[in-house]
Ligand binder design. Structure first.
Ligand SMILES: [Zn+2]
Ligand SMILES: [Zn+2]
Length: 174
């Protein structure tokens, strides 16, 4: 979905609020594709900041259908975006290579989907958990440990503790 920003880029002082239904159905993050369950129209404010320049302020909320990293149960995760970006008209010389606003521009048209996609990737959580204290699944029997415990022996001795135990046992022998 493209939005024509000619008006904002060419009229000094121009402010253009806009609600945009981007229609993003899925997002690819780190090679994985994730499904969007719900999304509200994104709220944008485009503001002219000089000749051929504009600031984009955007707010959007997406709900994704994900899987808990620990117990593998389905999780609905809401990602709220609140961002500001600068974009330029095609005839404006970039002052530095840091400016990345051009990535989302095709001439005077803003590619809303690319912009939102990039913001979602930036806001993506490092870990996806169904709840902060999810106990995960038993590595032996695969039981979801949030629903109860199993009888598997999953005790892994801490090597430092084992060393202390050895010292105590050596004392006993003396
Ligand atoms: Zn979980
Ligand atoms: Zn088990």
């Amino acid at each position: 979905m493209f939005v024509n920003l000619t008006d904002v880029l060419t009229n000094e002082g121009k402010v253009l609020p806009m609600r945009i239904e981007a229609g993003i159905m899925q997002v690819s993050v780190g090679g994985e594709s994730y499904r969007v369950l719900k999304s509200a129209p994104a709220e944008f404010v485009f503001t002219n900041t000089g000749k051929g320049r504009a600031r984009i302020e955007g707010k959007a909320v997406f709900t994704f259908g994900l899987t808990c990293d620990r117990c593998l149960q389905p999780v609905e995760k809401e990602i709220a975006l609140d961002f500001t970006r600068e974009v330029m008209a095609p005839d404006v010389e970039a002052e530095s290579s840091v400016e990345d606003g051009r990535d989302f521009m095709d001439g005077y048209q803003l590619n809303v989907e690319d912009l939102l996609n990039s913001e979602i990737v930036t806001s993506w959580p490092m870990k996806i958990l169904c709840k902060p204290d999810c106990k995960g699944i038993c590595p032996k029997c695969g039981r979801d440990l949030n629903t109860g415990t199993c009888d598997c022996d999953t005790f892994v001795p801490d090597p430092r503790m084992a060393a202390i135990k050895d010292i105590f046992e050596a004392d006993k022998e003396v």
